[in-house]
Design a protein around this ligand. Structure first.
Ligand code: PEP
Ligand code: MG
Length: 324
């Protein structure tokens, strides 16, 4: 599939109306990294660090982690990699940790909640990331942040890690970006101060959609029941775009929907200028974006909304047939 899109691999995802959408890839293993060059991705918008923890049978040591992150950064060759700190709990259970018997693990003790309550692993991970960066730029994001205070507490852990590295005489990153994943509706209503404080926001659409519609992403009976292009979800995302635009906060979308062509188009039309997806989706999404005018897409979406459609999918898909 990548060969089909080879001719546009090094071209920007620039729409007919002149908007450039940054397309990045999601990754989680060293084995994913060769796709960086092959797909034409502009860096890694989501590096899921838990995969490294999941494929082992014991807790990795800091030195192992930092060697691994250094390899990731080397493979990225100066392109940005947004390392997402450990998101365990919910569907991702570590074989060497005592399982939590929780009735609703997706809404339970997971991700940054674990990181803040039992900070040992988070601290080790932050230190490993700082060592791996070795004075070069570093980008870190925290998963499943539900409120501003959680972001601040996680950021305070990073400040402590930085202070410690400094005392030990290690190089500090040349630039350090600290972001939050928006995966619960609550974060969209955080105080303005949060939007000013956070260096970037990445919408984790998989979890966000599950919580927005209260539909378990693991449950076959309900997971496809609600459309990402449902007008209520789009209206919510439009508010997130507006809040980020008002505060100048860089925003991206890294759930699976970013890699689906019609969804990607609608996200771009809503104002997302950065999308992170599986590498194989970059070619097709770029191909499509380069052929459209986002103002026209927006008009089609608004028309469907005005008409009272539940979802804009049909209207956008029908319109697309005549565009490409
Ligand atoms: C998400 O929730 O959209 C996301 C990108 O993270 P994950 O799929 O790993 O939960
Ligand atoms: Mg998630």
């Amino acid at each position: 599939a990548q060969e089909r899109y080879a001719s546009i691999r090094d071209l920007p995802a620039e729409t007919k109306c002149g908007n450039v959408i940054s397309l990045q890839m999601n990754a989680g293993l060293i084995a994913d990294l060769p796709s960086l060059a092959g797909s034409g991705a502009e860096g890694v918008g989501l590096f899921r660090t838990e995969l490294q923890f999941l494929i082992r049978n014991q807790m990795p040591r800091r030195s192992e982690l930092s060697a691994l992150y250094a390899r990731v950064l080397k493979a990225a060759d100066g392109q940005r990699v947004a390392f997402r700190t450990l998101d365990i709990g919910s569907d991702k259970v570590l074989p060497y940790m005592k399982p939590n018997d929780e009735p609703n693990p997706a809404m339970g003790w997971r991700a940054i909640r674990v990181g803040l309550d039992k900070p040992g692993v988070l601290r080790m991970q932050l230190q490993a990331l700082l060592r791996a960066a070795d004075g070069k730029p570093l980008s870190v994001m925290f998963p499943f942040v539900a409120q501003m205070s959680e972001f601040e507490a996680a950021k305070a852990e990073m400040d402590k890690a930085l202070a410690r590295e400094k005392i030990l005489g290690h190089a500090l990153p040349e630039t350090l970006e600290i972001g939050a994943m928006l995966e619960t509706p609550s974060l969209a209503y955080a105080p303005d101060a949060f939007f000013r404080e956070v260096d970037f926001i990445s919408v984790g659409g998989n979890d966000l959609k599950q919580f927005f519609f209260a539909a378990d992403r693991e449950n076959e009976r309900v997971r496809r029941r609600y459309d990402t292009l449902d007008v209520s979800f789009l209206s919510f995302l439009a508010q997130v775009v507006k809040r980020c635009a008002d505060s100048g906060t860089p925003l991206s979308f890294c759930g699976e929907d970013a890699g689906r062509p019609v969804e990607a188009l609608c996200l771009a039309a809503l104002g997302f200028r950065s999308l992170s997806m599986r590498p194989a989706s970059i070619g097709p999404v770029k191909h499509l974006l380069r052929r459209v005018d986002l103002g026209e897409v927006r008009k089609i979406m608004d028309g469907a909304i005005k008409k009272g459609d539940q979802s804009v999918r049909r209207a956008v898909a029908d319109w697309l047939v005549y565009q490409v």
